[in-house]
Write a protein that binds this ligand. Structure first.
Ligand code: SAM
Length: 294
């Protein structure tokens, strides 16, 4: 496992906008290394409560003393799309969703999320179920691979990369992050500043973990869990996710929820230059906060 730690993003902005009542019930859907959860607990008084979720067992099993000893805190190892199994309707004062994966997960070569280190091609956030990236890359049809790279990766070389993957896997199954990264590099003709595997790895991770489907579900679930006046705060790192959040707040693309939200303050908040300097991984973050209204 990696020793890398995750730096919580836009903590001040989240707390300022999320916490209305210090006695309220809050939900952190994405516990990760507990950076936001820790700050939320600091801001609550002794009657406040925090329920945190994460579907990665490594995150929920390795709780620090700070959390274990705090009777206001409860941890749940499950997908945030199952929020309503744990939180009663209209009881939460605030729901926080900090999308994606943590630096701890990204930097752990055994998890297979990164093209920067060599490791097994896994990429499952919950590695006890579902298919791994290795299985998908070696079995999906060329068309499916192209579509994932084009739609989720928005990569203009999606066809060439999918073709190269299919040609390679006939000879030898693709097993590691390094093998996949080398295939991507060899398929891409133009050199750019960004590593050519950046979009491709992110797209495969989003596909394997059904991240967009999970996002649609958690937004709907949050709208029921929140009380009127309660706040939804979502941090996303990618324009596809941000568009889903924005449209949900606007009342568009809903599946069943008809609950209204009003933006709090500006429609979106970006990290300060100071934060980006201290934590370059925060640079693509976008925070949207909205209040549930009648
Ligand atoms: C960006 S990190 C959160 C970091 C956290 N806010 C902190 O301060 O350390 C995202 C976390 O969400 C978790 N996650 C991603 N998708 C999830 C899902 N569908 N259900 C529950 N947890 C999920 C990941 O395992 C990861 O730990």
């Amino acid at each position: 496992m990696s020793n890398s730690t995750h730096e919580a993003v836009m903590t001040e902005e989240v707390l300022e906008n999320l916490i209305l009542s210090k006695k309220g019930l809050y939900v952190d859907c994405t516990f990760g290394s507990g950076g936001h959860s820790s700050k939320i607990l600091e801001h609550l008084d002794k009657e406040g409560k925090l329920v945190s979720m994460d579907k990665d067992r490594n995150a929920t099993n390795l709780l620090s003393e700070e959390f274990i000893k705090d009777s206001r805190f409860k941890i749940i190892n499950d997908s945030f799309s199952k929020l309503s199994s744990y939180i009663d309707k209209e009881t939460a004062h605030g729901v926080l969703i900090d999308l994606g994966i943590s630096s701890t997960q990204l930097d752990d070569s055994e998890r297979g999320f990164s093209f920067q280190t060599d490791g097994p091609l896994d990429m499952r956030i919950d590695n006890s179920q579902g298919i791994s990236a290795e299985e998908w890359v070696n079995t999906a049809s060329k068309k499916d691979i192209e579509d994932v790279f084009w739609i989720l990766g928005e990569d203009r070389f999606s066809r060439k990369i999918a073709k190269k993957i299919c040609e390679t896997r006939i000879k030898n199954p693709i097993r590691t992050t390094k093998e996949l990264s080398e295939i991507v590099i060899s398929a891409v003709s133009k050199k750019s500043k960004k590593h050519p595997a950046t979009n491709i790895f992110r797209a495969i991770r989003m596909k394997i973990n059904e991240e967009l489907e999970e996002l649609y579900k958690v937004l709907e679930e949050s709208s029921y869990a929140l009380c009127f006046g309660g706040r939804l705060a979502v941090i996303s790192f990618h324009s596809i996710e941000d568009r889903i959040v924005k449209r949900f707040i606007q009342g568009k693309d809903r599946r069943y929820s008809s609950i209204n939200f009003n933006y709090i303050g500006d429609k979106f908040i970006k990290p300060s230059l100071e934060e980006i300097k201290k934590n370059p991984r925060s640079r693509s973050a976008i925070l949207r906060v909205a209040e549930k209204v009648m």
